[in-house]
Design a protein around this ligand. Sequence first.
Ligand SMILES: NC(=O)C1=CN([C@@H]2O[C@H](COP(=O)(O)OP(=O)(O)OC[C@H]3O[C@@H](n4cnc5c(N)ncnc54)[C@H](OP(=O)(O)O)[C@@H]3O)[C@@H](O)[C@H]2O)C=CC1
Ligand SMILES: CC(=O)[C@@H](O)[C@H](O)COP(=O)(O)O
Ligand SMILES: [Mn+2]
Length: 384
Amino acid sequence: MKQICILGSTGSIGTQAIEVCRHQGFRVCGLAANRNAELLAEQAKALKPDMVCIFDDSQYAKLKELLSGETIEIVTGMDGLCALASMEQSDIVLNAVVGMVGLEPTLAAIRAKKTIALANKETLVTGGQLVISEAKKYGVRILPVDSEHSAIFQSLQGNEQNRVNKVILTASGGPFYGKTTEELENVTVEQALRHPNWSMGAKITIDSATLMNKGLELIEACWLFSLPPEQVEIVVHRESVIHSLVEYEDHAVMAQLGVPDMKVPIQYALTYPERKNCETAPLSLTKYGTLTFSEPDEDTFVCLKACKEAIRRGGLYPTIVNGANEQAVALFLEGKIRFLDIGRLVMDSLSLKYDMESFDVSDIQAADLLAREFVRIQCLNASK
Ligand SMILES: NC(=O)C1=CN([C@@H]2O[C@H](COP(=O)(O)OP(=O)(O)OC[C@H]3O[C@@H](n4cnc5c(N)ncnc54)[C@H](OP(=O)(O)O)[C@@H]3O)[C@@H](O)[C@H]2O)C=CC1
Ligand SMILES: CC(=O)[C@@H](O)[C@H](O)COP(=O)(O)O
Ligand SMILES: [Mn+2]
């Protein structure tokens, strides 16, 4: 029986992954969350994994109490998360934690020769070079879970020998599609959290609203498919039915379509190379009637522009814009900055000088901390 370890099991991807595992009859051997001890305990009681990790050790006592009577090992912190990611029993580690904190457990899983099902895009945005070279070194496969990258991966199947002209990443455009900068001045957290097509965690939903998500996905695609940024085109497709496309040398274009439901890409990563019955509604094209396409507005949604510049510069600049964004989104969700401040802060973080060509995890973490600190200082200065 296939055994799956789920990092971020209490989140949007994590909870859907558990449903996929149930549907497929896979055993869940490990679970990890940040601080939601109640849901983690509920999942652990139902699934009987060998090990669970609660990252925030202030929640350890509560989890221990909730799991008293169960024979499940409980670990905490980054050491615990990495131990869970490399546990012997698992065949696949699904990384569905949010943020660049996902980098270290991804590396730990790779070094333990686990197949990686990767939802956590910040892993590749911040540590792409290192992660891809370690995956090659350890002969480990990284299977994309992000819907666009799964679509590209699926559109590449059977075409490995053929030359790719470009990949086309589709973007929903988010809740603020078509709005001007003036109209975005006073939008609220609640409005930004209302994604038109997908139900997701708060951080990625804000990223979709700013188009940072598409910038992160562009960088993610460059690493996953060994492409320069010029070969990644972004097209706004409001319906989120075409999940992404690949154009070949002969101008034939392959795409993967379906209703917007993450169960398909999650399951494909867990059953690959097989396709299995999935608890997802079938696509009715006639129900949609029309599918629309347009160019993204990078002058209003400057996060996308900042990500393009970061990957063009290379080095640790993607880590910088990612760190600035993680901090800015957290401040926006706390009501401390306004929506447009996110883009301004991410753009301004590119003024940080960080021209290293080779780097390890500690350099990546240092760049991340610097970007977060930069954002906090900018906000403090602005509020004086
Ligand atoms: N949701 C979606 O449809 C999609 C998501 N993604 C990507 O997948 C990742 C997860 O997104 P999503 O599920 O929406 O996010 P959520 O916010 O819904 O869930 C995040 C999960 O990560 C856990 N977590 C956070 N920090 C840590 C940590 N340090 N150690 C262990 N667990 C941690 C959270 O635990 P707790 O509940 O305790 O806070 C929670 O289980 C992101 O990188 C996102 O960009 C990509 C494509 C689609
Ligand atoms: C479901 C998924 O993969 C998300 O990353 C989604 O793409 C977000 O939608 P946007 O296209 O609005 O960023
Ligand atoms: Mn996506």
